[in-house]
Design a protein around this ligand. Structure first.
Ligand SMILES: [Fe+2]
Length: 256
């Protein structure tokens, strides 16, 4: 997608949807890992509650996938944010239990390094649900800038993190769970907390396996296409020859 259109959308809404951001084969693997993942309750002080994947496998895998330089560069061009270093986030889910939700906040209260420049949520839900909408508004005037409901697995929303903005996640009304990777584009390398290090190693291994699986499948498709092309060339040569009952002659043979 050329960046001009998305850049205008981001400038106006301070957010941009990335439709089908995750490649289908990789998405299928991630959804499978999500289904088999385990989650623990996570209470966010004065904001609300949700569940977090523990240990983080899908979360750290997507940290690596989303931190690829070409994608970071595209995001820089669209949003105007410079020197994006990497994505840091995790897999979370909310349920229709009357409790899970996040009140208005701006993601800067616990960002001591001031490194978070943009937020991102990637939809990894495989069950339909109602509610769970994301809202972004100007803090001072309460002017609503974006209302967004994830409705397609593998699609993402990138939104601005700034002192004049705040966002929230509404409670689920039914269905679900609402499962998303949620994280930030950071401008500097953040130190991982000690309790995240085992997850990092496990998630990195998971990401490498997922990427290798997708690349291996792509190579098989290319090989299959090449072989089919060669077979069609042979068949088409035979077709010409078949009309006179003789094998096709090569250009070199014709010259002789
Ligand atoms: Fe947030």
């Amino acid at each position: 997608m050329p960046p001009d259109g998305p850049a205008r959308v981001f400038e106006r809404h301070r957010a941009i949807e990335c439709r089908d951001l995750i490649e289908p084969d990789l998405l299928a693997s991630l959804l499978d890992h999500c289904r088999r993942g385990s989650f623990v309750a996570d209470h966010v002080d004065r904001l609300g509650s949700r569940e977090v994947e523990a240990p983080q496998r899908v979360g750290v895998a997507l940290n690596i996938v989303l931190s690829r330089p070409p994608f970071l560069h595209w995001v820089e061009v669209v949003t105007g944010c410079q020197d994006l270093h990497r994505v840091e986030g995790r897999l979370v889910q909310t349920r229709a239990n009357g409790l899970d939700a996040l009140d208005w906040h701006n993601d800067t209260h616990d960002d001591a390094a001031g490194a978070r420049r943009l937020g991102i949520t990637v939809n990894l839900s495989d069950a339909a649900y109602e509610g769970g909408g994301f809202e972004l508004r100007k803090t001072a005037t309460q002017e609503m800038l974006t209302r967004y409901c994830h409705d397609r697995a593998g699609s993402a929303l990138i939104f601005d993190i700034a002192g004049d903005l705040e966002h929230r996640v509404l409670p689920l009304m039914s269905g679900g769970p609402r499962r998303v990777f949620t994280g930030w584009f950071v401008q500097a390398l953040l130190r991982f907390r000690s309790d995240h290090r085992p997850d990092l190693q496990e998630g990195a291994a998971c990401a490498v396996l997922l990427i290798m699986r997708v690349e291996r499948r792509d190579r098989r498709k290319t090989l299959h296409r090449d072989r089919r092309g060669e077979r069609q060339q042979v068949l088409s040569s035979r077709g010409v020859a078949g009309q006179c009952g003789q094998p096709a002659r090569s250009e070199e043979m014709r010259r002789q």
